[in-house]
Design a protein around this ligand. Structure first.
Ligand code: ADP
Ligand code: MG
Length: 319
């Protein structure tokens, strides 16, 4: 059986793990799909019964919905946006989930020297407006945004579990790492329900659990520079793809990606697709986004320095 796992941003992704081998009749393969985090989220599990699969996947989708309430930048009442509303004030105590994901984002910001940066929100807002209107942001809006972006303006205190945002108007954006975190947590929930042979996917991100029965791993196809697809047999890891193929704005004949270089506020370099395999999907998601900003050379350096991570890079024509 072939299950298309492509979300709206990465329609090319396909997963084909065959049907369960005959000798593993005790497992049933079940596939579910719901919309969360603005994309189609899919869960594929091998379960002893349909009922067991239903129950575990209901809980896993519930966990994703919970995290959406925490991390969404579209929902004004998400915990993330409530935190941003207090920017410029004293440190704010946050939930364990929000702290964890901001901590991971901050760590990646340091390792990527600011190429990945969750404080990029004001630029993201400007570019969203630009996409809608088809005109570039005004210089004064640009300057205002620049003063609000920079991961050093966000301070985390692990002991107190607080986040302090230096300036009023700062906006955090977890779009580059949040889907991976939500998928990791969904797999964890499935595991707590006894289902370890599972795969969760959303848009360009996959969280991969134990292999299907009788197999070494889940077969996943990634694309590389040479043009051809390459098959990976993956288990217990994250696989994420970021890039410029679909989510871009074209203004004055130039393409602007939805991934922004937080250091300049811009992004219109050579279009690439970066696929990263890492020990979990939170890591792969963030690294893939960072690689698009950094480009091939610095991207490779970043991924090589990350334990257990591999980069597959593909140049995309045009731009
Ligand atoms: P997708 O959302 O297509 O899966 P990514 O995981 O690469 O792609 O995340 C892109 C999103 O991350 C953007 O839509 C934006 O919300 C946010 N973002 C953009 N640029 C950066 C950046 N330099 N660092 C961190 N997050 C970013
Ligand atoms: Mg990402």
């Amino acid at each position: 059986m072939t299950v298309g796992l492509g979300g709206p941003t990465h329609g090319w992704r396909k997963l084909d793990d065959g049907s369960p081998a005959q000798q593993h009749r005790t497992y049933e393969r079940v596939h579910y799909s719901q919309v969360h985090l603005g994309v189609q989220v899919s869960l594929t599990v091998y379960a002893p019964s349909r009922e067991a699969a239903d129950e575990a996947c209901r809980a896993a989708f519930g966990r994703i919905a919970e995290l959406e309430d925490v991390m969404s930048d579209y929902r004004p009442d998400s915990e993330l946006n409530r935190l941003c509303a207090q920017a410029g004030g004293p440190p704010v105590e946050v939930s364990g989930d929000l702290f964890t994901v901001l901590h991971r984002a901050h760590d990646l910001a340091e390792r990527s020297r600011g190429a990945f940066d969750a404080t990029v929100g004001p630029y993201v807002q400007l570019w969203r407006q630009a996409r809608r209107s088809g005109t570039l942001p005004r210089p004064e809006d640009w300057r205002a945004a620049r003063a609000l972006v920079g991961y050093r303006k966000m301070r985390l205190d692990a002991a107190a579990r607080t986040v302090e945002l230096d300036r009023p108007g700062m906006r955090l954006d977890l779009g580059g790492v949040g889907k991976g975190y939500a998928l990791d947590e969904a797999l964890k929930t499935l595991r707590e329900h006894g289902l370890t042979r599972a795969l969760a996917s959303a848009g360009g991100d996959l969280a991969v659990g134990d292999p299907p029965p009788g197999r070494r791993g889940w077969r996943i196809r990634v694309w590389e520079a040479e043009g051809g697809g390459r098959r990976l047999v993956a288990a217990n890891c994250g696989v994420s793809t970021s890039g410029d193929t679909e989510q871009f704005a074209e203004i004055d004949g130039r393409r602007y990606s939805h991934i922004i270089d937080p250091r300049s506020g811009l992004r219109y370099g050579e279009p690439i697709l970066a696929t990263v395999v890492a020990p979990n999907a939170t890591a792969s998601d963030g690294l893939a986004t960072a690689c698009v900003v950094l480009g091939e050379r610095a991207g490779r350096e970043l991924v090589e320095a990350a334990p257990g991570a591999t980069l597959y890079l593909r140049r995309v024509g045009g731009g």
